[in-house]
Write a protein that binds this ligand. Structure first.
Ligand SMILES: NC(=O)c1ccc[n+]([C@@H]2O[C@H](COP(=O)([O-])OP(=O)(O)OC[C@H]3O[C@@H](n4cnc5c(N)ncnc54)[C@H](OP(=O)(O)O)[C@@H]3O)[C@@H](O)[C@H]2O)c1
Length: 335
């Protein structure tokens, strides 16, 4: 049986509940499965929530956290036809990416486009797919629309800035620091608003006197309502996440008076319930990755041994774009 070095969560809690250990067992691929040597893994906000057992689903301990990876296929089950040993692949899972190896269904890995390195491939999936489905298929963003993105320096937010601009929208980025807003501007935001100055509604009215067509909100909390108030008639507000830790409550009379729509996306459910739209979006998005229209911004990189620091970086809302772990490729074999 193969053994690996991996981050393990034995007890739910803060990021320091995670320890890096040797001798973690790697399963052999079952029917339809492949084994991937993980070269890089991205840290996502839900990884922090899963370790804290504050996510929508509970993973029993002990488990290897990590939901996004890129690497190389090292073994395939005998019935697998579309994936071969040596293929460079990336993918998303619920847990298991913060280890040197991962075993998963062959249908859950996709080839890394030529010219895209492992870190970029690892950083690409969840944030960019969420942002793309949100803008393309949930918000119905059109060329020429005015788009407001909250949390614009974070993983999903920065992806929404870049993709929104690429789809022809004029993007107003909202974030808490000059550093985050500078990166958002470099990724296509036409206007930047620092919400720590207070009065977000007034600041948005000043830059968007005619209102916005779409708001993308991965943050929630007190920013949601002033952003929704900044929509014009028939505008769409898409709730994506609650990184602030607070689920906002919107007075329904606002929806009536402004004639706006509040929509939501949960990536997992979108992929299941809107499979055709999801497949079309994925094709379009992969083409944008391949031709360089979309490139994840990697704000910080850590070795696997510093997984706790990497998780804290994301948990504290300090990440700019994506945080990536470099995973050591060596594998020990026992028995
Ligand atoms: N619906 C879906 O399918 C889906 C998919 C992926 C992610 N999500 C969710 O979307 C949210 C954002 O994910 P992400 O990957 O973009 O996270 P991220 O990179 O950590 O960015 C989150 C942003 O939220 C803001 N924030 C405000 N208060 C915060 C706090 N107390 N702690 C952390 N951040 C805080 C920060 O922006 P400022 O500093 O600028 O205020 C930060 O940049 C998460 O809740 C995640 O679970 C949902």
């Amino acid at each position: 049986m193969a053994l690996m070095r991996a981050a393990v969560c034995h007890e739910y809690g803060k990021p320091d509940a995670v320890r890096v250990e040797d001798g973690v067992e790697v399963a052999s691929p079952g029917p339809g499965q492949v084994r991937v040597r993980v070269r890089a893994a991205a840290v996502n906000f839900p990884d922090v929530l899963l370790v804290a057992n504050q996510y929508q689903l509970t993973v029993p301990t002990p488990f290897v956290p990590g939901s996004e990876f890129a690497g190389e296929v090292v073994e395939v089950a005998s019935d697998v036809r579309d994936v071969a040993v040596g293929d460079r692949v990336f993918g998303a899972v619920t847990v298991g990416a913060f280890g040197e190896q991962i075993v998963l269904s062959a249908g859950d890995v996709r080839p890394i486009p030529p010219g895209v390195d492992d870190r970029l491939a690892a950083a690409f999936g969840v944030a960019h797919r969420t942002a793309y489905h949100t803008l393309r298929s949930v918000a119905g963003l059109r060329r020429g629309d005015e788009l407001i993105v909250l949390g614009a320096g974070g993983g999903v937010g920065l992806a929404a800035v870049r993709i929104g601009a690429a789809l022809g929208a004029t993007v107003t980025a909202v974030a808490s620091s000059t550093a985050k807003l500078e990166v958002a501007a470099a990724h296509g935001a036409a206007r930047c608003v620092n919400h720590t100055a207070g009065d977000l509604r007034g600041a948005l009215r000043a830059v968007l006197p005619g209102g916005a067509d779409v708001v993308v909100d991965p943050v929630g909390g007190p920013l949601a309502e002033p952003a929704l108030r900044s929509l014009r008639y028939r505008g769409r507000f898409v709730t994506v996440g609650y990184a602030s830790g607070v689920i906002p409550r919107i007075p329904l009379n606002l929806v009536l008076l402004k004639g706006v729509e509040v929509r939501g996306i949960q990536l997992r459910d979108f992929l299941t319930h809107r499979a055709e739209d999801a497949a079309r979006d994925d094709r379009e998005l992969l083409a944008m990755l391949a031709d360089g229209t979309v490139r994840p911004h990697i704000g910080a990189t850590y070795p696997l041994d510093e997984v706790v620091v990497a998780l804290r970086h994301v948990a504290d809302g300090r990440a700019i774009g994506k945080v990536v772990l470099d995973i050591a490729p060596s594998v020990a074999s026992a028995g």
